[in-house]
Write a protein that binds this ligand. Structure first.
Ligand SMILES: CC(C)(COP(=O)(O)OP(=O)(O)OC[C@H]1O[C@@H](n2cnc3c(N)ncnc32)[C@H](O)[C@@H]1OP(=O)(O)O)[C@@H](O)C(=O)NCCC(=O)NCCS
Length: 215
């Protein structure tokens, strides 16, 4: 079962991995640790509850004694001694984030692991972002997408985003245009009616029991 929840510090390593896979040419990479302390930002992830993964984690912020104890234990393990521990985590399959400012929410990122594409995860992330932004009193949701990214543009169009502008040569790696997209009023009757219908279709397609939202 897939579970959607707010992103935590312990998810950052996996999120960075998904980000690198989805956006290999973006440099410098997004600093998700910093994003998590940004009070304007909200990040969510989707996990596959049936799966776990081992990731290297920095030694926790324990007090002097527990840190010393961890180091002594680590004398038997090179990685631990130098500050990294291997921890078991829920397996993240996708994430999304947005910034909220002056009544407008702007999607900063949405990405799904390549091995999990076309299973409704992108839609799930977008639906939850729309719900969160609405709860936080955003009037509209906006975003920018590469002109060549027809997959993402299809997803956004499906959820009622329309093209409201074009930034010529916006992306510095290949001088590609950026397309600015926006929803209409999130609380408007037509937008909410369409969202309800899409949610219904999504749960018919993927099974309402196939995922749960735990925000
Ligand atoms: C965009 C992205 C998040 C979609 O994730 P996903 O989990 O595969 O998408 P879903 O399975 O939920 O599909 C939802 C909709 O997206 C569109 N879509 C997804 N894959 C598509 C494809 N290969 N071709 C055309 N449209 C596609 C369709 O509109 C689809 O709805 P449909 O099933 O009714 O056709 C994913 O492709 C991704 O991570 N891409 C790389 C990162 C990226 O470009 N992010 C956007 C930055 S602005």
């Amino acid at each position: 079962m897939y579970c959607v929840r707010m992103m935590r510090r312990e998810d950052v390593a996996q999120v960075a991995e998904i980000d690198r896979e989805a956006f290999p040419t973006i440099w410098p990479p997004v600093n998700y640790q910093r994003e998590l302390s940004n009070r304007l930002a909200r990040y969510i992830i989707v996990c596959d509850e049936g799966k776990t993964v081992e990731v290297a984690a920095k030694a926790g912020p324990g007090g002097g004694f527990s840190r010393l104890a961890a180091r002594l234990r680590g004398l038997f393990d090179h990685d631990r001694f130098f500050g990294d521990e291997v921890k078991t985590r829920e397996y993240a399959v996708g994430f999304a984030g947005f910034w909220i400012m002056a009544g407008e929410a702007h999607i900063t990122n949405i990405a799904v692991r390549k091995s999990c594409l076309r299973q409704g995860v992108g839609e799930l992330l977008l639906m939850v972002v729309i719900n969160l932004a609405t709860e936080l009193k955003a009037r509209v949701l906006t975003l920018e997408v590469r002109a060549s990214n027809t997959v993402a543009r299809n997803l956004y169009r499906k959820y009622g985003f329309t093209e409201v502008g074009r930034r010529r040569g916006y992306y510095t790696d290949n001088r590609e245009d950026g397309i600015v997209m926006s929803t209409g009023e999130l609380t408007s009757v037509p937008f909410q009616a369409r969202l309800r219908q899409l949610k219904q279709l999504h749960s018919q397609g993927w099974g309402a029991t196939g995922y749960r939202v735990a925000l």
